[in-house]
Design a binder for this molecule. Structure first.
Ligand SMILES: Nc1ncnc2c1ncn2[C@@H]1O[C@H](COP(=O)(O)OP(=O)(O)OP(=O)(O)O)[C@@H](O)[C@H]1O
Length: 239
């Protein structure tokens, strides 16, 4: 499914400010994501990318402004309520339970909504996980852990996926596999907001790129602009 440039936004973030205790991390974020779109958040370390995902998910609780999802305000809602609306979060550290095996990790999160991928179908979609069904989390490679972390949230029935640096620490060949998986999810109609430092990876998968500096959006580039004007982005990232 391709995103419709004229469709009403699925997620609208307005003047989002967020704090860790007294320390302000987001200073007025404004952006939106349309249904079926794959959007990246890019920016230097500490710019506020992960905090944006955690604020949408309600993990960072101290936040003001507006986060509107399907015309419903998420500010003030708890994480479990946000998850029930169909938003899922895959953290940077992947959060695989090391003492549980693949099958147990997969079935641990509850099914929250209709439309979740059934277990049998998940194992078909992720054959490498099927092979390693009995292996403990600690024995998985970084790529397998990432696959498992994504597979796990597909089971819940969520349609809006927040993915924090899925390519981090993975070998190029595995990054390619994760890229193919993300493109497959987009083709299946999932809407995806992706934090990504790896521009080559971001370039291959995303429709649009939002640049963050000091907790605010400073630029937005289309997929084409990222390719034709890489200098602009590298300037922001200082690379
Ligand atoms: N748990 C926390 N407690 C206090 N401050 C935090 C916490 N997590 C992040 N911060 C601060 O919030 C700001 C934004 O951090 P955030 O992790 O969102 O950045 P980022 O753009 O995702 O960068 P990175 O890729 O390095 O994680 C930074 O100044 C960071 O030091």
């Amino acid at each position: 499914m391709n995103s419709d440039a004229n469709a009403a936004p699925l997620l609208q973030v307005k003047d989002l400010r967020a704090w860790y205790n007294e320390s302000q991390a987001l200073h007025g974020m404004n952006f939106d994501v349309r249904p079926g779109e794959l959007v990246t958040l890019i920016g230097r370390n500490g710019a506020g990318k992960s905090t944006t995902l955690r604020s949408i998910m309600g993990i960072v609780r101290k936040r003001t402004g507006s986060i509107c999802y399907e015309d419903e305000e998420l500010i003030g809602k708890r994480t479990f309520q946000i998850a029930r609306k169909g938003i899922a979060y895959c953290p940077e550290e992947r959060a695989i339970f090391s003492l549980l095996n693949v099958g147990e990790n997969l079935t641990l999160p509850p099914v929250l909504r209709q439309g979740g991928v059934p277990d049998s179908e998940l194992l078909k979609q992720f054959p490498n996980l099927r092979e390693r069904r009995k292996s403990r989390g600690t024995l998985l490679s970084g790529g397998e852990q990432q696959m498992l972390a994504i597979a796990r949230i597909l089971r819940t029935g969520s349609q809006f996926l927040l993915l924090d640096e899925p390519s981090e620490g993975l070998a190029p060949v595995v990054v390619k596999e994760i890229g193919q998986l993300i493109l497959r999810l987009k083709a299946q109609g999932y809407t995806i907001l992706l934090v990504e430092q790896n521009l080559q990876f971001a370039r291959l998968v995303a429709d649009r790129h939002i640049v963050i500096e000091h907790g605010a959006v400073v630029d937005t580039l289309s997929a084409e602009e990222l390719v034709s004007d890489m200098g602009r982005v590298k300037n922001y990232l200082g690379v």
